[in-house]
Design a protein around this ligand. Structure first.
Ligand code: FAD
Length: 321
């Protein structure tokens, strides 16, 4: 018996959140004695990229290489993952919590008659029953859920566990997926990247601006910082409501929820509705000229100062690094 992990990819690169899911599955297998971790990856991905999944703890990678699977089509991926699950006789499926992960997991819960827990933050307690801790209310609280089915699906919250990449390369095996036309009932015919090089929901670093930046003409220094750091840009709701930045950059309760390693908030007050979208970040840096701005209470590091002085100085320092 093995634990199966569903791997998400973007443009042939395995997502870090999927490697976290592999690490989690590896630790879980050690705890429950469920044997090896097998990963299933779909679409066009290079062999080296696939083998490197082993570094996070997978012994084997099943590769369904059909390029029709590149687009992350939910039904087709759910069908392919179900086939892999049955092929290896797994009882547990682990995957990253994401919009694709949640959509695939929901379909698989029905197909496999499995109990599903999403937003999992730590290894289940398995001494008496199977109790899974998950994050709720946008990271403000935790809930424990008991899974009673034999088959289990766990969707792991981003950044919830420390990613270890000290394993050996995995054995990569080709995996014949049977895909029906019905699995492609809807298909993505083209995609277009709206702004920036780094996608906000996936970003490891986010540079975010608020109304304190006074107007759209002042975003150049944030874009420069994002470029230097390889970060995505984001903003508060009023900024997108005012049309200074596109709506898909708005972070918070009513916008995108992010969980980067580093969130840099510039000229944002830190209203509760904004924090709801960023409080899963590992490290928050706040730059605000008001020392009483509420965001400082949620910050790991704070700079009290005028953004128009602080940001250019930081950019110069980052460039010099
Ligand atoms: P402000 O509150 O105007 O804060 C600007 C900050 O910039 C201040 O702290 C000020 O000290 C600082 N500043 C000014 N000048 C400078 C300078 N030169 N240098 C440095 N700092 C400076 N908001 C969201 O962001 N996301 C949401 O999803 C969201 N959802 C909402 C849902 C509901 C139902 C409601 C009622 C509100 C929601 N809001 C949301 C709005 C939220 O309540 C706040 O109004 C909003 O987050 C404030 O945006 P801000 O911090 O950019 O602006």
């Amino acid at each position: 018996m093995s634990i199966l992990v569903y791997i998400e990819q973007a443009e042939g690169k395995v997502k870090k959140t999927s490697l976290e899911a592999v690490s989690f599955a590896n630790a879980l297998a050690g705890q429950t004695g469920e044997g090896d971790v097998v990963a299933v990856a779909l679409g066009t991905i290079g062999n080296d990229e696939l083998a490197a999944i082993g570094k996070a703890g997978a012994a084997k990678v099943l590769h369904g290489a059909d390029s029709k699977l590149d687009a992350g089509l939910i039904q087709a991926h759910a069908s392919a993952v179900a086939q892999a699950y049955k092929q290896i006789g797994a009882k547990t499926l682990v995957l990253a919590k994401s919009s694709l992960g949640d959509a695939v997991a929901a379909r698989l819960a029905i197909k496999l008659n499995a109990g599903l827990v999403s937003n999992v933050v730590e290894l289940p307690k398995t001494d008496a029953g199977y109790i899974v801790k998950r994050s709720i209310y946008t990271g403000k609280a935790f809930a424990e859920t008991t899974v009673t089915t034999d088959d289990k699906i766990l969707a792991i919250k981003k950044n919830a566990i420390d990613l270890k990449l000290d394993g050996a390369d995995a054995q990569v095996e080709s995996f014949d997926v049977t895909i029906k036309d019905a699995d492609f009932a809807s298909k993505i015919t083209s995609t277009e990247r709206a702004t920036g090089d780094v996608l906000l929901p996936e970003a490891d670093i986010v540079v975010s601006g608020g109304r304190g930046l006074k107007g759209p003409e002042n975003w150049g220094m944030l874009e420069e910082m994002a470029k230097i750091l390889g970060a995505a840009t984001a903003c508060s709701k009023p900024v997108s409501d005012l049309g200074w930045r596109p709506h898909h950059e708005h972070v918070g309760q009513t916008g995108v929820k992010v969980a980067p390693t580093l969130y840099i908030a510039i000229g944002i007050s830190g209203a509760i509705q904004h924090l709801a979208g960023v409080n899963s970040s590992k490290c928050i840096v706040v730059i605000n000229k008001d020392p009483d701005a509420p965001f400082f209470k949620a910050a790991d590091y704070g700079i009290v100062g005028d953004a128009f002085e602080v940001v250019p100085k930081l950019n110069e320092a980052f460039k010099a690094e």
